[in-house]
Design a protein around this ligand. Structure first.
Ligand code: CUA
Length: 316
């Protein structure tokens, strides 16, 4: 039975997921039993009441009160059970416990960014402690995205201009995939992330280590850090580094080159141009490319921008 469950649904890794699943199986189980029962009776009656001779007459039965009450009351009770039970699970999912640990989530084409209570940040990976209610406060910098963690059976739209919330409790350490489930442009299918559930102590360590967020790791050269950032911040979803054609201009061989802009003027790709393109992408669009990039103002600090520029310089 467990094997069938695991095959049909992703593993249930939150306290709410188990409640959702039990209700789900009740609704589907009772539907299945009713469907099979109805079809069996149907086939049996077709056989039993078939016409047996030429002069057979249909008995004119007008009604049967007992039967009619039965087939009205049973579905009514079933629907009331599903309603009451569903309401309960819905309220459990909607009302956030007071002691929840809060994480701010920002969606932007095509990355998930997380900010924690002590100022630590992460991109693409949501780090949380196990066995504790987590509340996500979510917003979007551009279009509507949707935050979906199948293992938690939770999905919530992330909308520009307003906050949406969701909460969950993952009792066991482990990892679960985050999907974006609202079509949001070219990179939609790559807008993935991971929830990483730590033991409480391990989580504290992670938080402490990352509270400095955005300074260069000691073991990396600037251009190596830049390469890492380019992936982390999903630059490489739109900009190739090997000359191949994607949504935006490739980075290969661009540094020091002359580019024609939309308005016909030309520009040399130097540190200033790259920096401006990261902070004000719409200001100098290269001719032939769409004006779709969002600003990274407030998301990448100067050190990070410098590291990315160093990386672009290495792509000859
Ligand atoms: Cu973000 Cu689809």
């Amino acid at each position: 039975m467990d094997a069938i469950r695991d095959f049909l649904l992703p593993p249930a890794k939150s306290t709410l997921a188990e409640q959702h699943d039990t209700l789900f199986w009740f609704v589907h189980g009772s539907s299945l039993i009713l469907t099979i029962g109805l079809i069996a009776v149907l086939i049996y009656f077709v056989y039993k009441y078939r016409r047996k001779s030429e002069d057979e007459v249909t008995p004119l039965i007008t009604h049967n009160s007992a039967l009619e009450v039965t087939w009205s009351v049973i579905p009514l009770v079933l629907v009331l059970i599903v309603f009451g039970w569903g309401y309960q699970v819905f309220m459990n999912q909607t009302v956030v416990p007071d002691d929840a640990y809060e994480v701010n989530v920002t969606a932007q084409k095509w990355i998930w960014q997380f900010q924690y209570e002590n100022g630590a940040r992460s991109t693409g990976e949501l780090h949380i402690p196990a066995d504790r209610p987590i509340k996500l406060i979510m917003q979007s910098n551009d279009v509507i995205h949707s935050f979906f963690v199948p293992d938690y059976r939770l999905k919530q739209d992330v909308v520009p201009g307003r906050y949406t919330e969701m909460w969950f409790n993952a009792p066991e350490p482990g990892e679960s995939i985050i999907f974006c489930t609202e079509y949001c442009g070219d990179g939609h299918s790559d807008m993935l992330g991971n929830v990483i559930v730590h033991e409480q102590e391990e989580f504290e360590d992670w938080l402490a280590e990352n509270s400095g967020g955005g300074s260069q790791p000691e073991d990396l050269a600037p251009e190596e850090w830049g390469e890492q950032l380019a992936q982390e911040y999903a630059c490489t979803t739109c900009h190739s580094t090997d000359g191949s054609q994607m949504t935006g201009p490739t980075w290969q061989g661009k540094f020091g080159s002359e580019q024609t802009l939309e308005d016909g003027s030309t520009v040399t790709v130097d540190e200033n141009y790259i920096r401006e393109s990261i902070l004000e992408p719409s200001s100098k669009i290269v001719e032939g490319y769409p004006d779709v990039m969002n600003t990274y103002q407030g998301q990448l600090n100067d050190d990070q921008i410098n590291a990315i520029i160093e990386y672009i310089k290495t792509l000859k």
